[in-house]
Design a binder for this molecule. Structure first.
Ligand SMILES: Cc1cc2nc3c(=O)[nH]c(=O)nc-3n(C[C@H](O)[C@H](O)[C@H](O)COP(=O)(O)OP(=O)(O)OC[C@H]3O[C@@H](n4cnc5c(N)ncnc54)[C@H](O)[C@@H]3O)c2cc1C
Length: 1002
C-alpha cells in the first residue's frame, strides 16, 4: 500500500477524526454540540492574568533564559523559592519595593544558577509591551461572554511598577471587577482574595468559573466551591470554557477578528463589485472580517450570499514599486493551481484602486486547519509524521512545476539566485546596521565565498513553513499553500532549508515556536537531516551535501530581517525593552547561522583540493648578520584572492598584497632596528635598572608605531572594523608573528607581547566603554602594561580549580587576598593583602570568569607557538653559519654526519610544526576558535618541545659559546623550555588531544 493509499484508509481517517475531536473539544468530548445557551448555572468568569490572559512569567523566563545563556529553570526556581515569604510573593503583596525585589531576586537567581543573572532585563521583558499583550483568543472569549450577559473579572497576583502604577496591561473595560494583589496586600492562594472578588461581583462560588495556570491557586478556589479550569494553553482552555458555558466563544471563521480601524475598506463599493463579478443579487448584508495573519498584505474574509471569499490587497500608503505585488501573487497562484499545486482558487484580480483603495485579488475561502506550533500538540506520532511528509511532498510539487508549461519562465531571473539573495540581504543588513555583530561580519565574508556551485531554478515559495499551509481537518492533506508574496524563481533548496528553521529554535522562541528542545523521535517528527533526505528521495535527486550552507543562509536572512525590525523599533514607538529583545534575537539568529557555516566550513576544509599549493621555495636563513631573514629565490605574484578563497597560505609570498607588504616592512624593521639593538637590550636586562622600562624599547616602540607596525595581533574576528588593530586574520598574523619570534625583544616593541595581547583582546571583547577608556586604550597605545595573575606557590597551578586566593564583596568593593608568583611583566612574586577593587572594575560580571578565560585563551593561545617557530628558525640559521665556519679535527663541523643529521632533523621538525601552527590559525579563521580546539591543543603540545630540541641542537653545535650571552641561544632555550609548562604543561595538552581524538575520531 503506498503512502497516499495509507493516508486515505478508513482506519487512519478514524484515527484522525478522533485526534481532531480531541484537539477541538479539549477534555469534554461529549459536549461538542452546543446544547444550551446563556451560561447555564454560571453567571461570572474570573480570569487570572499571567499565564491565562498574558504569557506567564515562567514562559517569558524560558525564552529569556535561552537568549541570555542562563541555565534553564533558574527564574522559576527563584520565583517559587521561599514560598509565601519569598521575594516574589512579598513583591506581589507590595511589601517590598521593585528595587529591593530585584536585588533579592537577582541574588537568589545567581545562587541557583551559579552565574550572574541580569534580572533587570528579565523584568523589563516581562513588563514590556511586546510580551505583556493579551491573547487574542481570550479577548474574543471575553467579548462573547459579556455579550451573553455574564460578568467577567480579573483576579491577579501583580505588583507595582517603578512608575508607581500597578502592572495590569489589560483593557479594564473588559471586566466588571478587577482585584489586584498589590493593592489589597493579599495574594492568591489566600482565600480572602477569591472572597473579595466574589463579593464585588455579588456572586456565589457555585455561579463562577475561575481560570488559572497554577495548581495551588486553583485548589484554593475549588476549596471555596468555585468551578475551576487549569490553563495550560489559552486555546484549549477557551474550548473547555465553551463546553462549560454551552455557547461558542470564538469567531465562526478561525484566525479572524473584526476589521482593524486603520484597515477598513468601503463595503458598498466592494458589494457592488462582487455582485457584478459573481452575477448575484444577495438579500443579506456583506460580512467582512480580517485575518490575523497577512500583516504585509492585509487579508479579509468576505461573505456575500453563500459565497465565502478571501480578499487580499496592498496596504494603503506609498509603497516601494516592487513591494506588496498582489498582481504577482495572483499570477503565481493561478499558474500553480492549473499545474496541480494545492493553492486557493483565485477568482479575479482587480487593479482598479477606486474599488477598495488599492489593487486586490479574490480567492475562494478554503476552510481547514493551520498548525501554528511545529510540535503539533495533541496529535499522535504517526499523524505528526504524516503532516511533515505531506508538507515535504507539497514542496516537491511546487519545485517540480514545469516553468514553460505553466507560463512562468519570466517569473524571475534564472541562475545565481543565491548570489543575488546574499547580496540583497547583505545590503539590507548594512542599511539597518546599528552595531557590529561579529557573527554577521563573518557571515558577510563567508557566504559569498561558499555559494553552491550548482543551483537549479524552479518556483520558490520564499516563506515556506508549516503555518502557511492549510490542512484538511481530518487527514494529513495539504489543502492549500498560502502567502505567495515572496515567491520567485530560484534555488529550491533555499525553501527546504527555510522550512527547517523551526528545528533549530527552542519551543518557547518568540516570533516562531521551534523544536530544538523537543524529543523528535518521541514526537514522530523527522529531524532536519531526515527532512532533507526525504525531500531528495521525493524529488529523485542525490543527497544534498552542502545543506549546512543553505541553513546558514536562511538564518542569515532572518537575522538581516530582524535587524531591520530592530532598527525600526529603535526609531518607532516600541519600548526600549522590546527593541533590546529584538536586537538580541538578531544576534541569536546570526550565531545560529554561523554555527552552520562552521559545520559547512569543516566539510569544505576536509574536501579542499591540494592543488596549486603555494610553495615555500627556500627556508634558509642567509647570514648571521641578518638573522631573521628568510630568502626566497622566486617570488610568486599572488593576488589577495589567495587568502580570501580560504586556502591555507603556507608561504608569506602567498599572502594578500597588503599583508605581504606589512610582512616585508616588519622584516626590514627587524633588521634595521631590532637585531642591532639586542646587545644593548640584553645589557639592560642584567643591569640594576632592569625593573624599569628600557628607554631603548620605548624609543623603538615609538618608531614601530610610526610605521604602522603596531597592535598587529588583534584578530579580525574580534575587531572586525579594524578599530583597534591591523585587522589580520590569525593565519596572516602567524606569518608576521613568526618573524617577531626571532627576537625575544621584538614582541614588546610591536605591542604584541603576552600577556598584554590576551588582556587587550579580553577588554575589546568584554569591557564596558568606561573600562575600555581606562585600560584598553593605554594598553593599545603601549603606555601601560598588564599582567595575568593565576599561578600560586602553594598549589599546583596547572589546575585552575586549585586557586586559593579569595575574593569577597564588601561595601561596594571586592576585597582580594592571595599569593601569586611567576607573574609575567618581570615574572614577579606578588602578595595581594586586603586589596580593594571597586565593583565597577569587574569585567562582564561576577561568576563569569570562566567564560572570559575561554575568550581570552582564543587566538592568544597560539601566538607563543607562532613565535617558537621563528625562534627555532633563528637557532637553526645561527647553527648553520657556525658549523660552516668552525673547524675541528681537520674539517668544518658541517662535514660531520651527526651535524648534518641534526640540521636535517631540525629543518623537518620546524616545517612540521609550522604547518600545524598555520593549520590551527587557518581553522580558527575558517570555523572559529571553539571548533579549532583540537588543532590548538595539538600545536601547543608540539611547538615548545620541538623548539627546545632544535635550540638544544644549535647549542650543542656551538659548544660553550651556545650557553654564553654572546648568542641568544641560551635565552631561547630557557624560554622554549619554560613554555613546556608555562602555557599549560605538555601533559595537559596531550590529555586534551587524546580526549578529543577518542571522542571525535573513534
Ligand atoms: C617564564 C614563565 C612565565 C610565567 N608567566 C605566568 C603569568 O604571567 N601568570 C601566571 O599566572 N603564571 C605564569 N607562569 C606560571 C605557569 O603558568 C605555571 O608554572 C604553570 O601553569 C604550571 O603550574 P605550576 O608551576 O604550579 O606546576 P604544577 O601545577 O605543580 O605542575 C607541575 C608538573 O606536573 C605535571 N602535571 C600537571 N598536570 C598534569 C596532568 N594533568 N597530567 C600529567 N602531568 C601533569 C606537569 O609535568 C607539570 O609541569 C609562568 C611561568 C614561567 C616559567
Amino acid at each position: 500500500m503506498c503512502l497516499r493509499q495509507l493516508l486515505q484508509s478508513s482506519q487512519l481517517q478514524r484515527a484522525w477524526r478522533a485526534a481532531f475531536l480531541k484537539h477541538v473539544q479539549g477534555r469534554h468530548p461529549g459536549a461538542w454540540r452546543w446544547t444550551h445557551s446563556g451560561g447555564g448555572p454560571y453567571r461570572a468568569v474570573i480570569f487570572d492574568m499571567g499565564g491565562v490572559l498574558l504569557p506567564s512569567p515562567g514562559r517569558v523566563a524560558a525564552e529569556w533564559e535561552v537568549q541570555n545563556h542562563i541555565p534553564s529553570g533558574t527564574i522559576v526556581k527563584a520565583l517559587i523559592s521561599g514560598g509565601e515569604n519569598g521575594p516574589w510573593m512579598k513583591f506581589m503583596r507590595a511589601e517590598i519595593t521593585t528595587e529591593d525585589f530585584l536585588q533579592e531576586f537577582g541574588r537568589l537567581c545567581s545562587e541557583i544558577s551559579k552565574t550572574s543573572v541580569p534580572v533587570d532585563s528579565f523584568f523589563s521583558l516581562l513588563t514590556s509591551e511586546r510580551v505583556a499583550k493579551q491573547f487574542p483568543v481570550m479577548t474574543e472569549a471575553i467579548t462573547q461572554i459579556r455579550a451573553k450577559g455574564l460578568q467577567t473579572a480579573v483576579l491577579s497576583n501583580n505588583f507595582y511598577l517603578p512608575n508607581g502604577k500597578s502592572f495590569l496591561p489589560l483593557d479594564r473595560k473588559q471586566f466588571d471587577v478587577v482585584v489586584e494583589s498589590c493593592l489589597e496586600g493579599v495574594c492568591k492562594p489566600d482565600p480572602r482574595m477569591y472572597k473579595l472578588c466574589l463579593e464585588r461581583l455579588g456572586r456565589q462560588p457555585s455561579e463562577s468559573i475561575f481560570l488559572d495556570d497554577l495548581g495551588p491557586n486553583l485548589k484554593a478556589a475549588a476549596g471555596l466551591g468555585i468551578h475551576t479550569i487549569k490553563v495550560d494553553d489559552p486555546e484549549t482552555a477557551v474550548k473547555e470554557l465553551e463546553t462549560l458555558l454551552g455557547f461558542p466563544l470564538r469567531m465562526a471563521v478561525p484566525n479572524t477578528r473584526p476589521v482593524r480601524k486603520t484597515m477598513e475598506i468601503p463595503k458598498d463599493a466592494l458589494e457592488k463589485y462582487l455582485k457584478d463579478l459573481l452575477g448575484i443579487q444577495p438579500t443579506g448584508p456583506l460580512e467582512l472580517l480580517q485575518f490575523d495573519h497577512g500583516q504585509s498584505n492585509p487579508t479579509y474574509y468576505v461573505k456575500l450570499a453563500n459565497h465565502q471569499l478571501v480578499l487580499r490587497k496592498k496596504p494603503p500608503g506609498t509603497l516601494l514599486p516592487s513591494a506588496h505585488a498582489v498582481e504577482r501573487e495572483f499570477r503565481i497562484m493561478k499558474a500553480l493551481g492549473n499545474a496541480g499545486v494545492p493553492v486557493p482558487k483565485v477568482l479575479d484580480l482587480c487593479e482598479d484602486s477606486s474599488v477598495v483603495g488599492t489593487p486586490f485579488y479574490l480567492m475562494e475561502y478554503c476552510p481547514g486547519l493551520i498548525y501554528k506550533d511545529p510540535s503539533l500538540p495533541g496529535l499522535e506520532p504517526s499523524q505528526r509524521r504524516a503532516i511533515y511528509t505531506a508538507m515535504n511532498r507539497v514542496l516537491c510539487k511546487i519545485h517540480s512545476v514545469d516553468l514553460k508549461a505553466a507560463g512562468l519562465e519570466d517569473y524571475g531571473k534564472h541562475g545565481d539566485y543565491l548570489a543575488r539573495q546574499v547580496q540583497t540581504w547583505i545590503k539590507q543588513y548594512r542599511a539597518s546596521e546599528t552595531s557590529t555583530i561579529p557573527a554577521m561580519e563573518r557571515l558577510i565574508k563567508w557566504l559569498p565565498l561558499h555559494l553552491p556551485r550548482q543551483q537549479r531554478t524552479t518556483v520558490v515559495h520564499g516563506d515556506f513553513r508549516l503555518d502557511n499551509l492549510l490542512f484538511h481537518p481530518e487527514t494529513a492533506e495539504v489543502l492549500a499553500v498560502l502567502d505567495w508574496e515572496l515567491s520567485t524563481l530560484g534555488d529550491p533548496l533555499a525553501d527546504v532549508a527555510y522550512n527547517c528553521l523551526a528545528h533549530y529554535l527552542p519551543s518557547g522562541f518568540p516570533i516562531q515556536p521551534g523544536l530544538s528542545d523537543c524529543d523528535l523521535t518521541e514526537l514522530g517528527i523527522p529531524t532536519a537531516e531526515d527532512y532533507f533526505r526525504m525531500y531528495c528521495l521525493h524529488m529523485g535527486i542525490p543527497p544534498i551535501e552542502n545543506w549546512n550552507f543553505y541553513m546558514a543562509f536562511s538564518f542569515f536572512r532572518i537575522a538581516a530581517i530582524l535587524q531591520g525590525v530592530y532598527k525600526r523599533s529603535l526609531t518607532g514607538q516600541a519600548s526600549s525593552a522590546t527593541a533590546k529583545q529584538t536586537g538580541k534575537l538578531t544576534e541569536f539568529m546570526s550565531n545560529l547561522a554561523w554555527d552552520f557555516a562552521i559545520k559547512e566550513g569543516f566539510q569544505i576544509f576536509k574536501e579542499m583540493p591540494a592543488t596549486k599549493p603555494l610553495m615555500r621555495s627556500h627556508h634558509t636563513w642567509s647570514l648571521l648578520r641578518t638573522p631573521g631573514m628568510r630568502s626566497y629565490v622566486t617570488s610568486t605574484d599572488s593576488s589577495p584572492a589567495h587568502a580570501s578563497k580560504g586556502a591555507l597560505i603556507f608561504s608569506p609570498e602567498g599572502l594578500p598584497h597588503q599583508v605581504r607588504e606589512l610582512y616585508q616592512q616588519l622584516k626590514e624593521f627587524m633588521e634595521r632596528h631590532v637585531y642591532p639593538a639586542e646587545p644593548e637590550l640584553q645589557r639592560h636586562q642584567v643591569s640594576a635598572e632592569r625593573w624599569t622600562p628600557s628607554p631603548l624599547v620605548e624609543d623603538l616602540k615609538e618608531k614601530a608605531k610610526a610605521e604602522g607596525l603596531w597592535n598587529l595581533f588583534l584578530p579580525l574576528e574580534t575587531d572586525p572594523k579594524k578599530k583597534y588593530g591591523a585587522g589580520l586574520t590569525n593565519m596572516e598574523y602567524a606569518h608576521l608573528c613568526e618573524v617577531m619570534g626571532t627576537s625575544l625583544y621584538a614582541p614588546e616593541i610591536f605591542n604584541c607581547s603576552a600577556p598584554d595581547t590576551g588582556n587587550m583582546e579580553l577588554l575589546v571583547r568584554y569591557g564596558t566603554e568606561e573600562q575600555k577608556a581606562r585600560w584598553l586604550i593605554p594598553l593599545l597605545e603601549g603606555k601601560a602594561r598588564s599582567c595575568f595573575a593565576m599561578t600560586e606557590p602553594q598549589v599546583a597551578s596547572s589546575d585552575a580549580t586549585n586557586i586559593e586566593s579569595s575574593i569577597r564583596e564588601e561595601d561596594g568593593f571586592y576585597v582580594i587576598n592571595g599569593h601569586k608568583w611567576w607573574i609575567t611583566g618581570g615574572h614577579g612574586e606578588v602578595l595581594f593583602e586586603q586589596v580593594r577593587v571597586p565593583k565597577e572594575n569587574i569585567i562582564l560580571g561576577p561568576g563569569r570568569g570562566f567564560e572570559i578565560a575561554q575568550g581570552r585563551l582564543g587566538p592568544g593561545r597560539i601566538h607563543h607557538c607562532m613565535r617558537l617557530i621563528g625562534c627555532s628558525e633563528r637557532a637553526l640559521a645561527l647553527m648553520k653559519a657556525r658549523v660552516k665556519s668552525r673547524v675541528a679535527f681537520g674539517k668544518p663541523l658541517v662535514e660531520q654526519g651527526t651535524v648534518l643529521a641534526d640540521i636535517a632533523l631540525s629543518r623537518v621538525e620546524i616545517e612540521q610544526a609550522r604547518l600545524l601552527v598555520l593549520k590551527a590559525a587557518h581553522v580558527m579563521d575558517v570555523v572559529g576558535n571553539k571548533a579549532a580546539a583540537l588543532d590548538i591543543a595539538m600545536i601547543k603540545m608540539v611547538a615548545p618541545s620541538m623548539a627546545s630540541r632544535v635550540i638544544d641542537r644549535a647549542i650543542q653545535a656551538f659548544g660553550a659559546a651556545g650557553l654564553s650571552s654572546n648568542y641568544p641561544l641560551a635565552q631561547f632555550f630557557a624560554g622554549a623550555r619554560a613554555l613546556r609548562f608555562a602555557d599549560g604543561p605538555d601533559e595537559v595538552h596531550q590529555a586534551a588531544v587524546a580526549k578529543m581524538e577518542l571522542k571525535h575520531h573513534s
